[in-house]
Design a protein around this ligand. Sequence first.
Ligand code: 5GP
Length: 187
Amino acid sequence: MIDQTAALYRDLDRILVTKEEIAEAVRRLGRRITEDYAGKAPVLLGILKGAIVFYSDLMRAIDLPVTSEFMAVSSYGSATKTSGVVQIRKDLDHDITGKDLIIVEDIVDSGVTLNYLKGHLANRGAASIRIATLLDKPGRRRVDLKTDYVCFEIPDAFVVGYGLDYDEKYRNLPDIGVLAPRVYQKD
Ligand code: 5GP
């Protein structure tokens, strides 16, 4: 392993999900979506930036003529707790009227971000909207949000890796781990 990556791993308290477990779960989810949307061409809507790694693996595990869209929303900044305020920073490139949307998200925590986004997209005429999330923290939910596809339910801890960041770092770690509180408590 290269030294810089080893240094990032030292900021983790523990590994929560290994890259092998992720690969298996993403393969399984790709098969499920392929079956559920047989005969259709869903739009995979990735939420930047945290979902990028999951997104690129998941889209290759789906055997359908999918198309791609991305949105950027913010509710966090660099803090580890949600602000509850959702802002759209990058919008869709194409009209989604009549399309089957699958929102691809890295993690659902309070649910505030996706709850807002789902309502917003429904108003724009999507035929159907489902949520595929890599991680879910059901214990932290503040709104009643249904997640359709979940790879892993995790406990209430701040995690990084496989696309998830803290202050824009750790996204390139292949595994998902719990960030040691000393890393963010010193800020
Ligand atoms: P929610 O609106 O569900 O509270 O927050 C969703 C967003 O918060 C996620 O897309 C992600 O950006 C961020 N988030 C929530 N929990 C974590 C976590 O444990 N680690 C990281 N890196 N981001 C998180």
